[in-house]
Design a protein around this ligand. Structure first.
Ligand code: THU
Length: 162
């Protein structure tokens, strides 16, 4: 019989932004507002991310699409690239992610896509500290995930390359 491994992780579920700490609510509100800077004329799905760095600075990112669709970038990776360029080596304490579409529907949390999970994982490894995630729409429940890499079990990492 094979040995069975299990993977499980826990995250917090809040009924709404009003149940978060003041700091977390502020960051999620930033993510909500920065969706206005998204460039998403093709999907009409505007994503905003805002992060508090360990040095207290705030960095934002939004999705940036392109007529050549695969060229488009997600908000999370725009944020990571910005943080690494403006504040190199400073760990990210918490990243909040929000969104809305043209139908005004934004009532549940969205999670980072698979590609962004891979990028978030490597950022954590680079700076040796976990990235806490706050996921929420313009309204509705909010998820708080203690560590981005929890979203990517059995991941491929730089250690596999050696
Ligand atoms: N998108 C993000 O920016 N972040 C996510 O977590 C999910 C998807 C973007 C990519 C594309 O511009 C649009 O949302 C629709 O997929």
């Amino acid at each position: 019989m094979p040995h069975k491994n299990t993977y499980h992780f826990e995250f917090e579920v809040y009924d709404g932004i009003e149940n978060l700490t003041e700091e977390d609510a502020w960051l999620l509100q930033e993510a909500r507002e920065v969706t206005e800077h998204a460039y998403a004329p093709y999907s009409n799905f505007q994503v905003g991310a805002a992060a508090r760095l360990m040095n207290g600075e705030i960095v934002a990112g939004t999705n940036q699409e392109n007529a050549s669709f695969p060229v488009g970038l997600c908000a999370e990776r725009v944020l990571l690239a910005t943080a690494a360029s403006v504040f190199p080596k400073v760990p990210i304490h918490t990243m909040a992610i929000s969104y809305h579409n043209n139908n005004g529907e934004s009532n549940h949390p969205i999670s980072p896509c698979g590609v962004c999970r891979q990028s978030l994982l490597e950022y954590e490894q680079r700076v040796k500290l976990p990235i806490r995630l706050i996921l929420g729409g313009l309204e509705g429940k909010v998820y708080v995930i203690p560590q981005a890499s929890m979203l990517l079990p059995l991941s491929f990492t730089s250690e596999d390359l050696v």
